[in-house]
Write a protein that binds this ligand. Structure first.
Ligand code: ADP
Length: 283
């Protein structure tokens, strides 16, 4: 298949300013010489310990940060150039959902919040109405459209924040630990939305420390000290012994136990659903 990247990182480094007394070459790099492409329509998970540079990297995907070295191309546009002239062009293509929904909601009524982005870029009112309704239905929050966000649970607020991003109709959505503050039910709902967005053909980039979530991606990138430590399919990542810091997903651990008991489970089974489907076929 010919490659069709929506995002290209070319030797990207980023150092936060450390004060005037630190020479640029001595500044600590939060992201250090990272290169990879994200294929259009793919689902990529980014994992790694706290402070490994995941969030800093994610902010480069929609020009919230511009590399100190190297370059980021979004649909062929160099973020360093476009951020000066037309940052909305990039923000429309790549939406971001952060960990804490309270920092992402701006209005006192749910549907106004979802309309905020499209209004800001001058979309026609009828089209805004259509997008707001469709986005709220997609995240299962349509019946709450007239409510105040402060009346909602954390998971519901996160779904509203996601609806606000979808209302911009981005080709790619970047999720930076979207489920970290949620209970298991809230986490499941967000993952279900992520699956729907991917099945619609959107590119999804998910930063997470839940390996069950990462296992659902087409590809997992592991960050360590600002660098890419590994970049492979979930099955390859979870079978590598040298990446022992990662906790394997439940399905991978169970598949291993089943193999030890003589049931030949294929190596590419990494999620609960895949394992259940495989075992049912054995009956
Ligand atoms: P992760 O998302 O993997 O936890 P981050 O990208 O948040 O990693 O952080 C990478 C490194 O950059 C860490 O050493 C962190 O302390 C540093 N860092 C992150 N944000 C800032 C900031 N706003 N100012 C200075 N340093 C920061």
């Amino acid at each position: 298949m010919a490659s069709d990247p929506i995002i290209q990182l070319k030797n990207v480094s980023f150092a936060y300013e450390q004060g005037e007394e630190v020479a640029p070459e001595a500044a600590v790099k939060a992201v250090d010489g990272v290169s990879f492409d994200v294929e259009r329509g793919s689902f990529v998970a980014i994992v790694g310990s706290n402070g490994s540079g995941k969030s800093t990297l994610a902010k480069h995907f929609n020009a919230l940060l511009i590399p100190t070295e190297g370059e980021v191309l979004v649909d062929g546009m160099n973020t360093a150039e476009v951020a000066e002239t037309a940052p909305w062009e990039i923000r429309q293509k790549v939406g971001m959902v952060f960990q804490n929904p309270d920092n992402q909601l701006v209005s006192s009524i749910v549907e106004d919040d979802v309309a905020f982005g499209p209004e800001n870029i001058g979309i026609e009112p009828a089209e805004i109405r259509r997008r707001v309704d469709e986005s709220l239905k997609l995240v299962g929050m349509y019946e709450h459209r007239k409510k105040g966000p402060h009346l909602l649970s954390g998971g519901q607020k996160q779904r509203i924040a996601i609806a606000g991003v979808i209302a911009m109709d981005p080709e790619c959505v970047v999720f930076d630990e979207p489920t970290a503050m949620l209970d298991p039910k809230g986490r499941k709902e967000i993952m279900s939305i992520i699956r729907t967005l991917h099945s619609q053909g959107r590119t999804v980039i998910l930063i997470t420390h839940f390996m069950e979530e990462a296992a659902e991606a087409d590809r997992i990138i592991i960050m360590h000290n600002g660098k890419v430590e590994a970049d492979a399919t979930p099955a390859e990542i979870f079978s590598r012994k040298d990446l022992g810091v990662l906790e394997q997903p439940f399905a991978v651990r169970l598949a291993k136990r089943l193999r030890e008991s003589g049931i030949e489970v294929p190596a590419d089974i990494v999620t609960d659903v895949q394992l259940a489907e495989y075992l049912c076929k054995l009956k």
